[in-house]
Design a protein. Structure first.
Length: 268
């Protein structure tokens, strides 16, 4: 929308782990020339079991330091938990566009035929007033069954590292959703964590092939494209990833990151 003085200024995508790669994949489709830094706050993983105050303080502090070091043109918080808790605070602190990730309740409500929607997220995400407001605004008259499925995060991380996924783990993680009264009429499930789409095949097996899975990655990428429309992009160096955790724990992700155009891994 507005001109950027430095065409090599990157788009910074932050997640706790590697779930944000699902967002990066969609950004690549729409903005293939855009320089990107993928940031994984693995030292803070998981956000979903932390208090709201802990998440807010960590995300605001971390993005403040990253903005100062990398001078991004835009930051995407590719984490539902961090976005539903800290998005407003980050926008108050930083004077650059901030795109958040929120559960795809609006498109799910438009897609459902039965009127019953499942929502899988972290413990922190599913209890947020932000999610209540989305449900009231876009899914009025529908039934939305929420279930915390933190047990999906670790299998998603392992899968991206090329390790096998035990289907029984996935079945166990979503069993609580299927056990809820009225769950037999669910036809659409919102994946309210950027890690979860990495397990789409396994979730189809666990939930049933008839279930539509929906996430927000494409919508986020469209918003990023809109906010950077008309800007010039030019890579001055290869795109790279940074981790707040031990580098040796991140290196095994090299082949997976390469599939998303990330050619270098560094410690923040």
């Amino acid at each position: 929308m507005t001109a950027i003085t430095d065409p090599s200024a990157p788009i910074l995508i932050l997640d706790t782990g590697v779930g944000g790669l699902t967002v990066l994949g969609e950004v690549r489709k729409m903005l293939p020339e855009a320089p990107v830094i993928f940031a994984a706050d693995q030292a803070g993983l998981p956000y979903g079991t932390k208090s709201e105050a802990e998440v807010a303080a960590r995300v605001c502090g971390l993005l403040g330091r990253m903005a100062e070091r990398y001078r991004p043109r835009l930051i995407c918080i590719a984490c539902n938990t961090a976005s539903t808790i800290a998005l407003g605070m980050v926008r108050d602190v930083l004077e650059i566009p901030i795109v958040g990730t929120v559960p795809a309740i609006k498109p799910a409500a438009a897609l459902t035929k039965s009127g019953t929607i499942g929502l899988l997220g972290t413990e922190a995400t599913i209890r947020q007033t932000y999610v209540d407001n989305l449900e009231h605004e876009f899914a009025a008259g529908k039934t939305m069954l929420r279930h915390a499925a933190p047990g999906l995060v670790e299998p998603a991380e392992r899968k991206l590292r090329g390790k096998p996924v035990d289907q029984s783990e996935i079945d166990t993680a979503v069993a609580g959703l299927l056990a809820k009264p009225g769950a037999e009429t669910i036809d659409t499930v919102v994946l309210a964590c950027t890690h979860f789409p990495l397990l789409a095949d396994e979730l189809k097996i666990a939930l049933g092939e008839h279930i539509n899975l929906i996430d927000g990655a494409e919508g986020i990428a469209k918003r990023i494209e809109f906010l950077t429309r008309g800007q010039e992009f030019c890579r001055s160096k290869p795109d790279f990833a940074v981790t707040t955790g031990p580098l040796e724990a991140f290196v095994p992700l090299g082949p997976a990151l390469a599939q998303y155009g990330i050619e270098d891994i560094q410690t923040f």
